[in-house]
Design a protein around this ligand. Sequence first.
Ligand SMILES: Cc1ncc(C[n+]2csc(CCOP(=O)(O)OP(=O)(O)O)c2C)c(N)n1
Ligand SMILES: [Mg+2]
Length: 493
Amino acid sequence: MALWFAKSRTIIHHLKRMVGFMGDFHQNIWISSSSYMQPGPLSSVFIPGIHKHRSTPSLFLFNSSVSTRFSLQRFKSTKAASQHEHLCSTDDDGGDYSQGLDFPGGNVACISEMRFLSESTGMRIPCYSVLDGNGEIIVGSEYEQLGEEIAVKMYTSMVTLQMMDTIFYEAQRQGRISFYLTSTGEEAISIAAAAALTADDIILPQYREPGILLWRGFTIEEFASQCFGNKNDCGKGRQMPIHYGSKKLNCVTISSPIATQLPQAVGVAYSLKMDKKDACVVTYTGDGGTSEGDFHAALNFAAVTEAPVVFICRNNGWAISTNISEQFRSDGIVVRGRAYGIRSIRVDGNDALAVYSAIHRARQMAISEQRPVLVEALSYRVGHHSTSDDSTKYRSVDEIEYWKKVRDPVNRFRKWVERNGWWSQEEESELRSSMKKQLLQVIRVAEKTEKPPLKELFSDVYDIPPPNLREQEKQLRETIIRYPQDYPSDVPL
Ligand SMILES: Cc1ncc(C[n+]2csc(CCOP(=O)(O)OP(=O)(O)O)c2C)c(N)n1
Ligand SMILES: [Mg+2]
């Protein structure tokens, strides 16, 4: 052991010189990725097997370059681990169990009591909120200051999203588009988060977050073109409605298979890390998405690669007709962060100011500390899952009405904006009537706009289309000519 300590001290000294040390850490209500978290100023570097009673490496903020930090992490998990093995095997004292077990990741105390960890902590993880139901700041709240311009843009974007949902939903009911899905009740989670990010942050959404695109400047014409699959759709009409995406706005196109975006997001975040970019990745999942293997792989992958990615889980209570009580038995999603070594927070997803503040802080931590962060936003899916669903078949109308009337995030934020004197009833009426006109007009135009030509169904994957694709295209053309009544007449051949 003496030899181990002597060698370790040399390593510590060397690493301190390599990486330096930076400032304090504020714990507030973030759930640390380790249960050994000690808030307050820290003054040393963690090396596995040396720190007997201190915190984990995740607490330390290094000001060295990203690559140095990353190689340091690799060093800890490989070279140090093998040194540890070697040194232990040369010990001739038979092992000192009272000192606990030196193990990669930190010292593990040994106890004689056979103690199983309880499946829950007893008390549920609290939910960070700032605004009460009347749109007043809850006394003592810790939050990011929000100026008039951003606050009004957040509010008007939420109203636009709400109105777009109503009108596009109706268009589907009228048979003008094939499918639609609303964000009703969850507008704050996409829009307030988008407001807290910069345009360089890359978004990999699930599908109930068009608010991010709206915030970044995706126009209502572009939304309509995608839903109608016309020639102005950036996806060239190849995706079903609501599968938006925009290279220009750093939003990766939505995938239908749930949770595929999560491991992809970690890969994107890792590339930002390698390029030392001052940006992070933000990826979304629903509560249902967390039951996919991809969710777990992504969290673990992000933790070990220390990727600057913020996972936002919209826990809206339902995955189509499956209630969260049938989906998992943990205290929601937030507790999974610690299991993977990821700092996490639970936030009221219907409180725009709380979402804005939490994502603002999460982004800072992700970038400055090069680490993943998990945010669970509690909310409720007020609409049906999609136009293919009737949610009154599996949940009560009273439950829906409660969330719609009492906990509406848009109303709550409006009250706060009005209290600040930044919004009035006249502006509200003007916004709603002009938005309605614009949306109806946009739909009329998108509907009449020509569809993308058939050849675009086969382009963009290969530089030179392979023979099998050329053959498929030929067969499709022949079939359309033979059975024109079975194919849309507005797709140019
Ligand atoms: C891999 C996969 N399995 C199943 C589906 C079918 N499906 C589409 S949406 C959905 C529910 C997802 O629920 P959640 O993640 O909670 O999102 P929410 O709709 O509540 O926003 C399911 C099961 C799918 N698209 N992909
Ligand atoms: Mg859900």
